[in-house]
Write a protein that binds this ligand. Structure first.
Ligand SMILES: *Cc1c(COP(=O)(O)O)cnc(C)c1O
Length: 393
């Protein structure tokens, strides 16, 4: 095809910016309050904490930085173990390595695609027997849905181990009426460009522990002691969010509920169009809360659907539509293959199956019905084309 004849690109999860953002950014420019900190940063922290229903928040340069600081607050250091979901983006695990600690990778369950309680139980039992409990458990809330936090917190509380919620993908989701990311000792959000709201890049650490948040802000500003000559007693980082980007975040936060509704509507249309196809199964929405459907994720069973998820991804790419496999589990990453892994059941790894059969469809809150119809038509044509060839052969 002539490149000029190609239909316009449809992205997986592009930024969706409104009008309020520009007002706040202009205010930052007009007052020459560009960097590093400023009134938008504090306001963004307060507004996000109010939305999430927690005591406070620290605005940071990324979600990864927020996880790093949460680990340090939990006392994670060299040689320690940290339990973490295996089915996730590498940013959940990299900060564990920054601290010189060892990730112990935990599988998912079928119902939520999130942390498997049976696997967590076995990991804790082994750790207790070995006399080396983890310093923290990082629970990931995948694709807009909370993990089943009650049994997870019960287990972690019983062992006295703090929970860090990686809610980078689940801002706006709920668990039994509470905001995802606020159930553990620390929670983190991301405002990377592909997330449900964005500051182009940024993150937030939330907690009910105001003293811990103050320490995190201190570490995030190079751990400068209040002296004119800058006195330093601890290692610090340059992890704060700029005032300009916090202005973008304030505008985005005001439309978060609309963005959640739009992503859920995108999901509902996909489900209506494709849900009846044999072998296609959408990520379930657990009964304990609201998923934002940040990304519409599904599995394709090739024995029933006649095609693989990889074939569908390739067909969409051919039509200039971006889609992606489900995250490749961390226990299968060359970087992390030396670390221990606990599958859901002995000999049954759920995350492996989700990776092999799973894919994510374009899910942006600005996705038009026309563009979504293009995605659906391409998927239907690929599935039906296979059936036709198969049945006439
Ligand atoms: C995006 C993401 C992060 C990292 O957030 P950044 O702001 O990009 O550093 C961490 N965990 C998960 C699960 C993510 O999807």
């Amino acid at each position: 095809m002539d490149p000029q004849d190609r239909p316009p690109r449809i992205f997986l999860s592009p930024p969706h910016i409104g009008e309020r953002e520009q007002i706040y950014v202009r205010e930052a420019f007009d007052t020459n309050w560009i960097a590093p900190l400023g009134p938008h940063v504090e306001a963004f922290e307060q507004e996000l904490a109010a939305y999430a229903g927690c005591a406070g928040a620290a605005a940071l340069s990324s979600g990864t930085a927020a996880i790093h600081l949460a680990l340090r607050l939990a006392g994670v250091g060299p040689g320690d173990d940290v339990f973490v979901s295996s089915l996730t983006f590498v940013a959940s695990v990299n900060p564990i390595l920054y601290q010189g600690a060892n990730p112990v990778l935990i599988d998912s369950d079928e119902e939520s695609w999130n942390l498997s309680v049976p696997a967590l139980k076995r990991a804790f039992a082994d750790a207790e027997q070995a006399g080396r409990l983890p310093k923290a458990v990082v629970v990931v809330n995948l694709y807009g849905q909370s993990a089943d936090m009650d049994p997870i917190l019960e287990l972690c509380d019983a062992y006295g181990v703090p929970v860090i919620e990686d809610a980078a993908e689940s801002l706006g989701a709920t668990y039994k009426g509470r905001q995802s990311g606020t159930l553990g000792a620390y929670g983190i959000y991301s405002f990377n460009g592909n997330k449900i709201i964005t500051t182009s890049g940024g993150g937030m650490l939330v907690s009910n522990d105001a003293v811990a948040l103050e320490r995190a802000r201190h570490w995030a500003t190079q751990a400068r002691e209040p002296a004119a000559h800058y006195e330093h007693t601890q290692i610090g980082y340059n992890y704060r969010l700029s005032n300009v980007l916090a202005g973008v975040g304030r505008g985005q936060l005001q439309v978060l509920e609309e963005r959640v509704a739009a992503r859920r509507a995108v999901f509902a249309r996909y489900e209506q169009a494709l849900g009846g196809i044999p072998g296609i199964r959408f990520m379930p929405e657990a009964s304990y809360g609201r998923s934002t459907r940040w990304l519409t994720a599904l599995t394709v069973n090739p024995a029933e659907a006649g095609v693989t998820s990889a074939q569908l991804i390739a067909a969409l790419a051919e039509a200039n539509i971006e889609s992606r496999p489900v995250w490749k589990p961390m226990h299968r990453q060359p970087l992390l293959e030396v670390y221990r892994y606990y599958p859901h059941d002995k000999g049954d790894s759920v995350s492996d199956r989700l990776f092999e059969q799973g894919m994510c469809l374009p899910s942006g809150s600005s996705l038009s019905e026309h563009d979504q119809d293009r995605v659906i038509a391409c998927l239907l044509a690929t599935i039906q084309g296979w059936r036709y060839r198969h049945e006439s052969a």
